[in-house]
Design a protein around this ligand. Structure first.
Ligand code: ADP
Length: 657
């Protein structure tokens, strides 16, 4: 069983490990220390599964003790070499180097070139993973020499692969590809399940870096297939991660996510600790790319804490980068930039131009966002202040405008009213002046007209008397006609004179008993009344304050009109009054011909007549005179009503003060 395990160790490590474990169990059961040590030796030498690293190391320590006792220096050296590998895998670099040095001493003492070649490869890996490429390169070159000279194909594959990896890390892709292809061809010849996927993955990585994505994917897919058939979880996970990475780079985050999820499942199933950081990082990256920022964070968190635990700075760096991206996506630029700064500081060897660009882009974006924010805040503040200012200014302006408007308005109104007052005053004065002048003129004119008219009338009477002897009726008619004209003219002059007198001669007011005034009127026109057979009715009239002559004239005009414009056999005029609070309201009602109400205003105008002089004698001044008298007494006059049964004139007189 042990032999079988030993034989299968390179072609099928998993089966080899299984067999060795079974042999170990059997040895323990049977208490066979040699079997136990031999099984432990196989498990230590050929099995590098990180899941069982502590137990493997325990086997190593136990086996070393056993072979030390047995003085088997080669096995001791081989076990030291294994311990170096396991401590390296465990991340305990110093311990690893310490055991490699032990192994180096043992092999050198034995001049065991084969194992020196094997061991230098493993030792070099410690430095390579610490980025001490010079030391790594020196050790790898040593290994290559030994392995080449001895024709140790298995170790040669390791040497080529290691050198390929180292050159790859140093971005020397041509050299890297040479070694990768050498490793691959050897692995193909050997059909080596360990080195085939490793070489394919290395070549895939080189193609991926040199932008030959399709070639890279093809190599990865081959590696994956081989790892799968060999139940090689290590390479399977590694390759799945590579494929996921390349799809991320290709922008196919969905595909990448499916590969990385597969990888994570496999890693969990295999209990593989190594590369978990990478898986979480890729998933985090995919989630960020797909916009699932919330989902991305726990993956990055896990990757970060795992990377810190294992002190793998490359993954810590990658975590910083993803944190940077994540916070940048969330527009939390200060945090994003702090992560990118850490990334930059830590990752000088890894950082490339793209990252520097990313950082500067982020900073630019942050600055512009910050500026935008500041500008926005300033604008908002300014807008607020502006709003207040605008409001204040608006209110102030409105008030100013209002006040100014009101002031101007008041000024204008005052100016206008002043102007108006002045104009009214001026015009009133002018009007008064012109009225006075007009009335004076009318008075003087009518007064002066009266003298020649009286002369004409006298001479006409004289002529009429002289020709009566000649018995010439035709001539007498002509003379009558001329006399009537003169009489009419006289009436007109009298009325105009009477009208103009009202203003020109100062109106004296006295307490008047209107009963007496009316009696005086009736006495005055008694002949006319009798001639017309008319009847004047009035009850007890009040005592008023007024001008006796004018009020006499007023009553006389109204009564005469009521009789004159009357076709009744017995014309009648009724004079009544009503006592109001402040005035007396008189009505003069007749049973005459009536007045068309369309003329109720016009009849009070000077010279306005509704009938010819032939039909009804008159001058058209009577009612105008009445209106003027009433106005002079502070009252009003109007035609109250009129129809074919007669008219009613009303006028008011303020009560005596
Ligand atoms: P007149 O000297 O013509 O009477 P008035 O000023 O007194 O002048 O009257 C103006 C006109 O009003 C008259 O010509 C007449 O047509 C009309 N009028 C005045 N009073 C009466 C009335 N009581 N009945 C009918 N018509 C009247």
């Amino acid at each position: 069983m042990l032999e079988e395990a030993k034989r299968m160790s390179s072609s099928s490590p998993a089966i080899s490990s299984q067999l060795a474990h079974e042999a170990l169990a059997a040895g323990i059961q049977k208490g066979q220390t040699a079997v136990i040590a031999a099984a432990q030796f196989i498990l230590c030498t050929f099995n590098t599964s990180p899941s069982s690293i502590d137990s493997t190391l325990a086997y190593c320590h136990a086996a070393v003790e056993y072979f030390d006792k047995k003085k088997d220096l080669q096995k001791k050296g081989i076990l030291y070499n294994s311990m170096g590998i396991h401590y390296d895998v465990k991340g305990e670099k110093e311990k690893a180097i310490q055991y490699f040095k032990e192994a180096d001493r043992e092999f050198k003492a034995l001049s065991d070139d084969y194992w020196l070649g094997e061991m230098y490869n493993n030792w070099g890996v410690v430095y390579a993973s610490e980025n001490n490429s010079d030391k790594a390169l020196a050790l790898y070159m040593n290994a290559l020499e030994y392995n080449r000279s001895l024709g140790n194909t298995r170790a040669l594959m390791a040497s080529h692969n290691n050198l390929g990896r180292l050159y790859y890390k140093k971005h020397l892709y041509e050299q890297a590809l040479d070694h990768g292809l050498m490793c691959l061809s050897l692995a193909k010849i050997e059909n080596n399940a360990t080195w085939l996927p490793l070489a394919l993955n290395l070549i895939g990585d080189i193609y991926a870096k040199t932008n030959k994505k399709e070639k890279a994917i093809a190599n990865y897919e081959s590696a994956l297939a081989i790892a799968k058939t060999n139940y090689d979880d290590y390479n399977r996970i590694f390759t799945l991660n590579r494929l996921a990475k390349i799809y991320v780079e290709n922008g196919d985050s969905k595909k990448a996510l499916s590969y990385s999820q597969l990888s994570l499942d496999r890693a969990k199933m295999a209990g593989k600790r190594k590369d978990l950081e990478e898986i979480y990082l890729i998933i985090g990256q995919c989630k960020i790319n797909l916009g699932f920022f919330k989902e991305a964070k726990p993956y990055i968190d896990t990757a970060y804490s795992l990377a810190q635990e294992s002190s793998i700075s490359a993954y810590v760096l990658q975590s910083y980068k993803l944190y940077g991206l994540l916070y940048a996506q969330r527009e939390e630029y200060p945090i994003a930039i702090s992560f990118m700064r850490r990334y930059e500081e830590l990752g000088d060897t890894i950082r490339d131009l793209e990252n520097a660009e990313l950082l500067s882009r982020m900073e630019r974006e942050f600055k512009s966002k910050q500026q935008e924010k500041q500008i926005f805040e300033l604008r908002e503040k300014a807008a607020e202040q502006n709003l207040l200012l605008v409001l204040a200014f608006g209110v102030f302006s409105v008030l100013t405008v209002l006040i100014a408007g009101l002031l101007t308005y008041f000024k204008k109104v005052r100016k206008l009213s002043n102007e108006l007052e002045m104009k009214v005053e001026e015009r009133t004065k002018a009007l008064e002046k012109s009225n006075i002048q007009l009335e004076r003129f009318a008075y003087i004119a009518s007064h002066d007209l009266k003298t020649p008219l009286r002369t004409i009338s006298s001479f006409l009477t004289l002529i009429k008397r002289k020709i009566s002897v000649y018995q010439n009726p035709e001539l007498e008619d002509l003379l009558d006609f001329a006399s009537n004209g003169a009489k009419q003219m006289n009436n007109l002059i009298e009325d105009v004179l009477g009208f103009s007198k009202i203003n020109t001669i100062e109106m004296k007011k006295e307490t008047l008993d209107l009963n007496l005034t009316l009696r005086s009127v009736l006495y005055n026109i008694d002949d006319y009344l009798k001639e017309k057979g008319s009847n004047i009715v009035f009850s007890d009239l009040p005592i008023v304050e007024g001008n006796a002559g004018y009020l006499h004239q007023l009553f006389q005009n109204l009564i005469v009109n009521g009789i004159k414009y009357n076709e009744r056999e017995k014309p009648q005029v009724d004079i009544t009054f009503e006592e109001k609070d402040t005035l007396f309201l008189f009505s003069i009602k007749d049973n005459g011909i009536g007045i068309d109400l369309a003329y109720k205003e016009q009849i009070f105008e000077m010279f306005k007549r509704l009938h010819s002089t032939q039909k009804y004698e008159g001058t058209g001044i009577g009612l105008a005179l009445c209106q003027k008298i009433i106005e002079q007494h502070g009252g009003e006059i109007w035609l109250e009503q009129s129809n074919e049964n007669g008219s009613t004139f009303c006028f008011s007189l303020p009560k005596a003060i």
